[in-house]
Design a protein around this ligand. Structure first.
Ligand code: NJP
Length: 226
């Protein structure tokens, strides 16, 4: 059965890979991010009958409201919302870190994610749908002074709190926790890291489960070398 899926942070990396695998699986995708030209190139690749590009800075709640109305104008309902947009640290730790970067990480990785979830809930209640959040291995471990890691600890706790709030509604909540993935998240290539497709495979596995199955947390890590 087809599904209508909204993915934030769909212009590159994990979000774009999930969009590609979703269309391969026969689903329709709405792709949101700030980089319109990248989104439009992806729509061109996936076919405009399968994909829709939406320019949206998720840190602006009004822009997210508009994003939801654009999706619903195009697709009759939403089955899956993937709050995936996020960014990392420009410098390690708190003492060496940059204050503007702290603000942007907290704004996008946390505040914007809660807005996406709030706006998604009524639609997902109607469809008995699925909310997925991108957490991180960094939200499972202690990294010295890491503000980024703490934003992902927030995602871990929030996903569990949200699942408790939505219990009985049939809406499922999943926290996807990747280890290191070779994407534009890093300035340099990460040859030993996971590929974005590895996370997309976990995404498809999660959203294709029957309605009676909720995968609460899925951790996808590179196989340890030693
Ligand atoms: O990185 P990248 P990933 N409004 O840079 C978007 C988490 N994660 O795929 O707006 C809207 O290719 C940005 O779009 P644009 C990570 O924390 C990663 O690796 O056009 N969108 C782009 O599409 C994040 O939550 C690793 O610049 C905004 C996307 O976010 C998620 O995975 C490990 C935005 C970032 O794509 C995807 O990151 C891990 C805004 N204000 C967790 N700001 C890893 N790569 O190792 C950013 O555990 N975006």
């Amino acid at each position: 059965m087809t599904k209508n899926i909204l993915i934030t942070g769909a212009s590159s990396g994990i979000g774009a890979a999930c969009a590609r695998k979703s269309v391969e699986a026969g689903y329709k995708v709405a792709l949101a991010a700030r980089s319109v030209s990248k989104l439009e190139a992806l729509v061109e690749e996936l076919g405009s009958e399968n994909a829709l590009a939406i320019e949206c800075d998720v840190s602006d709640p009004d822009a997210q409201l508009k994003m939801f109305s654009q999706v619903l104008e195009r697709f009759p309902g939403l089955d899956v919302v993937f709050a995936n947009a996020g960014l990392g640290a420009t410098a390690m730790g708190t003492e060496s870190g940059d204050i503007d970067n702290f603000r942007e990480m907290i704004l996008v990785n946390n505040f914007a994610l809660t807005v996406t979830c709030k706006l998604a809930i009524p639609h997902l209640k109607a469809s008995k749908g699925h909310l997925l959040l991108t957490g991180s291995r960094a939200g499972n471990t202690v990294l010295k002074g890491s503000v980024y890691g703490a934003t992902k600890w927030f995602v871990k706790g929030y996903a569990q709190n949200l699942a408790a709030e939505l219990a009985g509604t049939r809406v499922r909540v999943t926290n996807i926790e990747p280890g290191m993935v070779d994407t534009a998240f890093f300035d340099e290539a990460k040859p030993d890291a996971l590929r974005d497709d590895d996370i997309a495979n976990a995404f498809i596995y999660t959203v294709s489960q029957p309605e009676t199955v909720m995968i609460a947390d899925i951790q996808v890590y590179p196989t340890p070398k030693n």
